[in-house]
Design a protein around this ligand. Sequence first.
Ligand code: PEP
Length: 244
Amino acid sequence: MRCVVANWKMNLRSEEAHAFCEDLLLHIAPEPQAEVGIAPPFTLLSLVSGLVRPKGLHVFGQNGHAEDKGAFTGEISMPQLRDVGCSGVLLGHSERRQFFGETDAALAKKIKAAWQWDLLPLLCIGETLAQRDAGETLAVLGQQLSILSQTGPGPLWVAYEPVWAIGTGRRAEAPQVLEAHGFIRAELIRHGACADYEVPILYGGSVTPESFPELLNIPEVAGGLVGGASLDPHKFAALVKQAG
Ligand code: PEP
């Protein structure tokens, strides 16, 4: 299974999102060979779901709270994501970890809450440049994946996103991706995550149509989580075709 997911972050408004979806759907085959997802900001979830879910695309929230409801001003719950047509939720994106204090403990609860509401979690993990330079990459990835011993197995996608490659134009080198994805697969197996579920491992970090084919040739790279290039429907459609 190949997967390509657009992370729009805090970009686009209704009119732009509408035009994007129409353009994208025109440019990808009626039934794309890859699993395709879009993670719009909360304000666009309903609009985007209405346009792309009938065509078989996934729609992901960019975050979700572990509680179903309550006094959590500014948060959105998993049932609310379902209510606006989401099929999944991004969890643990490095920008959430870095700027909003997302912790592994919170992520374990969020994964379980997502499953309870039949949402597919796309768990993002990755090391900072300082951690890579200190030779801590695999230890960091192992720590971030250790929450799976608390959650148990369930439907899951994982994205390896080296923090230093996100939005920087600096993509990880093939041997770095090979090592990280191989390690992640071994950890997923060790935690029993792959026994009953196919768990694809996506790469994220400055993916473009120029770099994607090489990445897709690396063992255990099942697709991409794409930020910048996903804001252009033609580039995103090209990525979907490459993955198909
Ligand atoms: C991301 O936001 O997950 C991402 C990978 O961004 P970019 O493609 O812009 O590096």
